[in-house]
Design a protein around this ligand. Structure first.
Ligand SMILES: C[S@@+](CC[C@H](N)C(=O)[O-])C[C@H]1O[C@@H](n2cnc3c(N)ncnc32)[C@H](O)[C@@H]1O
Ligand code: SF4
Length: 373
């Protein structure tokens, strides 16, 4: 029993088993439906297409220290700080989703590591890892602050992170990010690896910008034991440039890489939308995220919350639910759970992005930095 107590997974399992046995032994009618529900906890999140929602991405800030050309315009207007949920509110919101069956939580942004006090939030959320309620706590970052935070992230139970890096050429890096310094990011990645974090590199495939460099990026990442995932650019937000000029279908990227490398399809999944191949020559994994050319919505298990507490049920739709109001309305989570349940009934079947000459406007006014990648 001592071992069971030390192991929250087993303790929880034993407790559930005990409760169900106890419930079965009571004569019918003695236990109300409410008691039964209370014994089980809040109902899990299942959408109208029978997809169970187990993955939450939380944008902790819309601000960023970069201005990547495909993500933001150079002169972005950010939310007034007063609009943002506090760290305590973000913690409560994430915890409510965990109560409702979320098992993987990704912090993103904007740039999550520029949010003041972010490590307090990570530290506090790590209790759900310790209890076994959460399987994974992770983040997507541009890497600029990693040298400072890598060890602390690892100490809080973060095991894997995604770092966005589209080029290894310092001038090109500056041109893509407008404000970024490549050296800071590569130093951050080294610090993350040294701290024992597994790092996956995410690169957006950009026509005429990094398309000739993806093989180099692959060799560099795999040479350091990191996976690489390439992403198709999506038509989110007005960026003051033509999307069509940036868009490069990954079918083209794959065909070109296949001329140089042997790409073997593998079943490996990380709970996200990437499909992976093993590159025989490097031994590393290469992922493809293809929101434009191959829609992956049938297996979608995720929803997104912004730093103001707006829940987006799909990255590709404007429909949303305000969770800040129920969160602030009462100390109890009942109204919050009800608002989440209602929103999940509105999760659409999928998205349908188009980038071509007839579609000049972005598919959505919302920038990627609002909902996070
Ligand atoms: C919005 S960023 C937020 C986290 C962090 N600042 C970063 O860059 O990793 C998350 C991911 O979205 C990607 N991204 C941003 N705008 C995009 C777009 N329009 N289409 C496809 N990916 C985009 C970025 O490259 C990054 O990998
Ligand atoms: S992609 Fe990330 S780093 Fe680049 S501007 Fe958007 S939020 Fe910032």
């Amino acid at each position: 029993m001592a071992f069971v107590r030390q192991n929250p997974h087993i303790f929880y399992y034993q407790k559930q088993k005990f409760l169900s046995v106890e419930l079965r032994m009571e004569p019918a009618g003695d236990i109300s439906v409410r008691d039964r529900q209370a014994a089980r906890g809040p109902a899990p999140l299942i959408d109208p297409f029978q997809r169970t929602i187990t993955y939450l991405r939380v944008s902790v800030t819309d601000r960023c220290d970069f201005r990547c050309v495909y993500c933001m315009s150079e002169h972005m207007a950010f939310l007034p700080k007063a609009e943002l949920l506090s760290l305590e509110e973000l913690d409560r919101l994430c915890s409510a989703f965990i109560d409702k069956g979320v098992r993987k939580l990704r912090l993103t942004g904007g740039e999550p590591l520029v949010r003041r006090g972010i490590m307090t939030l990570v530290g506090s959320l790590s209790r759900h890892l310790a209890s076994g309620a959460l399987k994974e706590l992770t983040l997507t970052t541009n890497g600029s602050q990693l040298a400072r935070y890598a060890s602390e992230l690892r100490a809080h139970g973060v095991e894997r992170i995604n770092v966005s890096l589209d080029t290894l050429d310092p001038d090109k890096f500056r041109a893509i990010t407008r404000w970024g310094e490549l050296e800071k990011v590569t130093a951050g990645i080294e610090a993350a690896l040294a701290a024992g974090l597994k790092v996956k590199i995410n690169a957006v495939a950009l026509r005429g910008v990094n398309e000739d460099e993806l093989a180099r990026l692959l060799e560099w990442a795999h040479g350091r034991g990191m996976d690489l995932t390439v992403i198709e650019v999506m038509p989110l937000g007005d960026i003051g440039e033509e999307r069509l000029d940036q868009y490069l279908p990954l079918s083209v990227v794959r065909a070109r890489l296949a001329e140089r490398y042997t790409l073997d399809d593998i079943d490996y999944r990380t709970g996200g939308p990437a499909r992976y191949v093993r590159v025989k020559e490097t031994g590393g994994r290469l992922g493809f995220i293809t929101p434009m050319t191959h829609n992956f919505c049938e297996s979608c298990n995720r929803v997104r919350v912004t730093c103001t507490g707006t829940l987006y049920m799909c990255l590709g739709h404007e429909d949303a639910a305000d969770l800040r109001k129920p969160l602030r309305a009462s100390e109890s989570n009942d109204a919050l759970y009800a608002a989440i349940d209602e929103a999940i009934t509105r999760k659409p079947k999928g998205h349908d992005f188009v980038i071509d000459r007839r579609h000049k406007r972005p598919a959505l006014a919302r920038h990627m930095s609002v909902t996070g990648g």
